[in-house]
Structure formats: structure tokens, C-alpha cells
Design a protein around this ligand. Structure first.
Ligand code: CAA
Length: 408
């Protein structure tokens, strides 16, 4: 509901919608086929002043909150989920610097991202450490005024097109996840190479690559925040702020698929009437629209909570991610169903929505990990409420159970 958004929010939404309709939609099928990165779309985003909007004003950005990012990502994803994530992943990559970087690091790296002149990727996962992010193996060994990185990273969205990378590595392997630190890497640093590109099911316009580090020497000034050991916390705080963006990508995909389904079912005729006028189809569309609206409210609420500085945001961010991405999978699958056989063919736009939606349930923490985060938060809250975890009726003194009826 547009009425619930501020004039500033609406301005971002309107500009993003215009870019999506004018520049993204006409290119979506082609970018999906060729796997080409939409450099022309990046130029359009620049001319509409939509790149790096989350970067603080003192570093060349617009200092927007997460809600404005979500509004932009939703609109782009309505037209193409790949373009949506190509945009959003720059927030994921740069949040570690925004949240934990030194003034010098922010001054050097954030303005080009804000201007759309540099793209950034986020390097946390490895071949053997995905959901268990704390078990990563890449090392950064101190050597005088430098660190030497050895290891690899997996699933780096923006990999081949980025010029800057935030990379997590062990500076103190004996400390496990507490020995992880974050680094900023420049493309072209000797010993650092961008490896294999994944042949993905969806979001095909954006390259997803491996990163390799072989005796890669970086100056100590590239250590995020100038301090060792805070890397895991930095990654978790980053993901808390980025997950609503994935949720917004899913929301845009679901909304876009719903719009195509409405259009198709209102034009297609069977049994002498439009397909939409059959009640069975109307019920499907009604459920799809209701789920999309519910997802929207949760995505916006999570973003607003982050923007308002609410303390424990991991639960609401995880809830938004789970709900919106599961919704996207359901709604895009139903939209394919409503297109019938045509929905299964690439001559029609709808199957791409289903392919693009699937990854949203997987990346930036699988939906199983999100449920783990939510479950742990519930346990924590319960403990705070009761002081115990072994809850029995005695812990609720205000609850008076009724006496059991006497046996006859
Ligand atoms: N904010 C701040 N600190 C946090 C935190 C948060 N949200 N979550 C955990 N921490 C801190 C804890 O307080 C704890 O600190 P102490 O050491 O001081 O006690 C420390 O981090 C360890 O926390 P946990 O014990 O909870 O850690 P865990 O090993 O059990 O893992 C997890 C928790 C939630 C499963 C986490 O590993 C996780 O989120 N995994 C998924 C990783 C992920 O999302 N990967 C996707 C990468 S991006 C991508 O997909 C590619 C792309 O390009 C899009």
C-alpha cells in the first residue's frame, strides 16, 4: 500500500520502478539467455541516482535505511530477479566496511560504490563451510606490515564483475570463529584470482564465482577496522542487515509473477470464458495475492526495525527472509501452473521467475539456518521472560488452572 510509505520512500520506489520498466524488463530474457551482466542497466541506475544509496552521505552516498534498499530491490526484481540481486549484493559486500571499517577505509572504498563506479562482492562461504560459516579455513598470516592470504571462497555473487571484495579469513586459527577477521581485497592483487563461474539455474545475469588466494600479500591497512578477531560478528551483523534485501528480491519476484498470472488468466479463454473467471483460478490468485501482501508487510517491518535501531534484529530479519522467499517459491510455482504448458516454456516470461526464486531460499543463509536463528531467538526470549528454560506451570504464578471435575 503506497499510502503507508513516506514521500522519500515513494521517490525511491518510483525511480526504481521506472528503471525496471524502461531498462530492465526489455532486457531480462536476453540477459538470462546470454548470462551477460547488465552494464547498461547499471548506467541507468547511476543516472537515476540509485547506486549505493545506503552509503553514508559523508562517503558519497545518500545514507538511506534498509527500507529504501528493499523498495528499490523489489521493483528491480519485479522485472528481473538477477538484476535485483546484482544491485542488492553491493549492499551485502559494502556493509562490512560501513559497519566496521576505519575512516580511511570508508574514504577510500565507499565513494566509488556509492557512485556506481565500483562493484563489490562478499566472500564468506567456502567449499566446506556454507551454513557453518564459522568453520572457514582461509588463513591470513601476519608478516611484518602485511598479511598473507591462502585459501578460497565459494558462491561470490558479483565475483567476476566486482573490483572490490570483502573477504573473511582466520588470523588466529587456534581461536576458531573468534579468530576470524575481515579484509578488503582489490581485484588484481598478486596471488588473488577470480575463479570458476557457476552455471546457475537462475539469476543468470550476475556472475557467481570462486575466489582463490595463493600467497596473496595485502597491507595490514586492508584489515577491516584495523583489529583482528571481530570478523565473524562483522559477518553476522552484515547478514542481519542484508537478509531483508534477499526477502525484497523474493517479494519482487512474487509480485512480478502474480502480475503476469493475472494478465495471462484474464486474457486466456477456455470453456467459453476467461480462465480467471473460473472460481478455482480466482481462489488461487486470491491466495497468491494474500501471501505476497503478507510477505511485503514482514519485509518492510524488518527493514523499519533495522532503520529504527532496534537491538536484536536477527530474528525479524530471518523471519522476513524465510517468509518472503518461501512465498516467492510458492507464488512463482503457482504462476507457472496458471500458464499451463506455456508456463513451462522459455517463450513465456514466467518460468524464469520460478528459477530466479529458488536461490532466494538458499543464499545469504538457507531457510533452515534462518529457522535456527529464529528458534534460538525464541529460546533466548523465553529465558529472559522466565529466567528458566524448564518451563512448568509454577513459572506462571498469574495462571490459575481450573480444578479438575470430581469423578462421579
Ligand atoms: N549479530 C552479532 N553477533 C552475532 C550474531 C549476530 N546476528 N550471531 C552470532 N553472533 C556472535 C555470537 O554472539 C557469538 O559471539 P561470542 O563468540 O562472543 O559468544 C558468535 O557470533 C558465534 O555465534 P553462534 O554461536 O551463534 O555461531 P554458530 O556457529 O552457531 O553460527 C549461524 C550461527 C547463524 C548458523 C551462522 O553461522 C550463519 O548465519 N550461517 C549462515 C551463513 C550465511 O548466511 N552464509 C551465506 C553467505 S553470503 C552468500 O550466500 C553469497 C552471496 O554472494 C549472496
Amino acid at each position: 500500500m503506497r499510502e503507508l510509505l513516506s514521500p522519500k520512500n515513494l521517490d525511491y520506489q518510483d525511480r526504481a520502478r521506472e528503471v525496471a520498466e524502461k531498462y530492465v524488463r526489455p532486457r531480462a530474457a536476453e540477459l538470462d539467455r546470454t548470462g551477460e551482466y547488465g552494464w547498461d542497466i547499471l548506467e541507468a541506475l547511476k543516472s537515476y541516482h540509485l547506486t549505493g544509496i545506503w552509503i553514508p552521505e559523508e562517503y558519497g552516498g545518500q545514507g538511506t535505511g534498509v527500507l529504501d534498499i528493499c523498495l528499490v530491490v523489489e521493483q528491480l526484481s519485479r522485472a528481473c530477479g538477477g538484476v535485483g540481486v546484482a544491485y542488492a549484493v553491493n549492499a551485502l559486500g559494502s556493509f562490512p566496511i560501513v559497519l566496521g571499517g576505519t575512516h580511511e577505509q570508508k574514504q577510500k572504498y565507499l565513494p566509488p560504490i556509492a557512485a556506481g563506479d565500483a562493484l563489490i562482492a562478499f566472500g564468506l562461504s567456502e567449499k566446506a563451510s556454507g551454513s557453518d560459516a564459522g568453520s572457514l579455513r582461509t588463513t591470513a598470516t601476519r608478516d611484518g606490515a602485511s598479511y598473507i592470504l591462502n585459501g578460497h571462497k565459494k558462491w561470490n555473487t558479483n565475483g567476476a564483475v566486482a573490483s572490490t571484495y570483502t573477504v573473511y579469513a582466520l588470523t588466529d586459527p587456534d581461536k576458531g570463529m573468534r579468530g576470524i577477521s575481515a579484509f578488503i581485497l582489490d581485484k588484481g592483487t598478486p596471488g588473488f584470482s577470480v575463479g570458476k563461474r557457476e552455471d546457475t539455474m537462475g539469476i543468470r545475469t550476475v556472475p557467481v564465482n570462486e575466489l582463490d588466494f595463493v600467497d596473496c600479500r595485502v597491507p595490514a591497512s586492508q584489515l577491516v577496522g584495523g583489529k583482528e578477531g571481530g570478523g565473524f560478528r562483522n559477518a553476522m551483523m552484515t547478514l542481519d542487515r542484508a537478509r531483508p534485501g534477499v526477502a525484497a528480491q523474493a517479494l519482487g519476484l512474487a509480485q512480478g509473477a502474480l502480475e503476469w498470472a493475472l494478465r495471462y488468466t484474464s486474457e486466456r479463454r477456455q470453456f467459453g470464458q476467461t480462465v480467471m473467471s473460473h472460481q478455482a483460478i480466482q481462489f488461487m490468485l486470491a491466495d497468491m495475492a494474500t501471501q505476497v501482501e503478507a510477505a511485503r508487510q514482514l519485509v518492510y517491518t524488518s527493514a523499519r526495525a533495522i532503520d529504527a535501531g532496534v537491538k536484536n534484529i536477527n530474528k525479524i530479519a530471518a523471519m522476513a527472509k524465510v517468509f518472503a522467499t518461501d512465498t516467492a517459491m510458492r507464488v512463482t510455482t503457482d504462476a507457472v501452473q496458471l500458464f499451463g504448458g506455456y508456463g513451462y516454456c522459455r517463450d513465456y516470461p514466467i518460468e524464469k521467475y520460478m528459477r530466479d526464486a529458488k536461490i532466494t531460499q538458499i543464499y545469504e543463509g538457507t531457510n533452515q539456518v534462518q529457522r535456527l536463528v529464529i528458534g534460538r531467538a525464541l529460546t533466548r526470549e523465553l529465558k529472559e521472560l522466565t529466567g528458566h528454560l524448564d518451563v512448568t506451570v509454577e513459572h506462571f504464578p498469574d495462571y490459575k488452572p481450573a480444578a479438575a471435575p470430581e469423578e462421579e
